[in-house]
Design a protein around this ligand. Structure first.
Ligand code: ZN
Length: 310
């Protein structure tokens, strides 16, 4: 009897031990790969378009047309310049480099949307309407771009227009005082940068699909130098960002500092883009307050403002 009991005990303890080891292994894995589930989601469902977007550019070389800061900018929220890089980001970067080598960059030209685009006269206007029906000129670039200070945790060297940056600093500090630490994942992007970015997406997903989460060149608010992608969570560049402390704080407070959410949830039929709870655009404090009160999407709000086209 006692021998049988011992045997039973031994038989039982083996799977128990195996389960224990599995749990420990799983815990260690999840500890080191906190973004793993999100990234899987991202890659398959495009929920994390900008993450893919910016990663891709990290491999491009400076063609000499843009100041180095721009290229770094395009290049990579994931290729951090400081020592706070997360293991997952490194892994992604490596993975993407492998992908880049395997996939030829898109050589063919992008198709032109079959409609007449209105050419925006003045990209410096804070209320310029940048949509899928309008376009900034290829040579438009803001003249008052300034570097985003390192204390705001930019993922790499990036720039924003002077007035927008001034208000971003206020926003960042206010969030910090509320116990919310934000990082800046993307800011100004040039026309050329956006072009390469979109081409790359189009080559992978087809233009139509790519255009749901990435703007065509000339149609990105990032070219204005007033748009910011926020982060600082394990859900950066995903719809889940909207549920994080950072995402909720921004949704509630960003307008007080002049920033409007460009692509809200369930408004793709209006904005043309999927929900991007991390992407905000500076339009000035007064207008941001009015926009918030209006309940309109930013696109609808700006359509009601005077616009100049060529
Ligand atoms: Zn963005």
């Amino acid at each position: 009897m006692s021998g049988k009991q011992r045997k039973n005990k031994a038989v039982f303890s083996r799977p128990a031990l195996a389960a224990f080891i599995l749990i420990i292994t799983g815990a260690v894995f999840l500890y080191f790969w906190p973004e793993f589930p999100g990234q899987v989601w991202t890659v398959t469902d495009y929920a994390d378009p900008e993450a893919i977007e910016e990663e891709d550019l990290s491999k491009e070389d400076d063609a000499g047309e843009e100041p180095p800061a721009d290229l770094e900018d395009v290049n990579d929220p994931f290729e951090d310049r400081d020592d706070h890089e997360e293991p997952q980001e490194k892994a992604e970067e490596q993975e993407d480099k492998v992908k880049e080598e395997a996939v030829e960059p898109a050589e063919e030209e992008l198709t032109t949307p079959d409609k007449d685009l209105k050419v925006i006269s003045d990209g410096d206007c804070l209320l310029a309407l940048v949509t899928k029906e309008t376009t900034l000129k290829e040579d438009y670039a803001p003249v008052d771009l300034e570097a985003i200070p390192s204390y705001m945790n930019p993922s790499y060297s990036m720039r924003l227009r002077s007035e927008a940056l001034e208000h971003l600093e206020k926003l960042w500090k206010a969030a910090n005082e509320d116990g919310v630490t934000l990082s800046i994942r993307s800011a100004y992007r040039s026309y050329e940068t956006q072009k390469q970015l979109f081409k790359d997406y189009a080559s992978r997903h087809g233009e139509e699909e790519a255009n749901r989460f990435s703007a065509r060149p000339g149609q990105s608010e990032h070219q204005l130098g007033t748009a910011v992608d926020f982060g600082g969570t394990d859900a950066d560049f995903t719809a889940r960002f909207g549920q994080t402390k950072q995402g909720r704080w921004l949704a509630k407070n960003a307008h007080k500092y002049g920033f409007a959410l460009s692509y809200p949830r369930d408004k793709e039929s209006i904005t043309g883009y999927i929900y991007e709870p991390w992407h905000f655009r500076y339009i000035g404090v007064d207008h941001a307050r009015q926009w918030k009160q209006s309940g309109l999407t930013l696109k609808e709000y700006l359509e009601k403002q005077p616009q100049e086209f060529e």
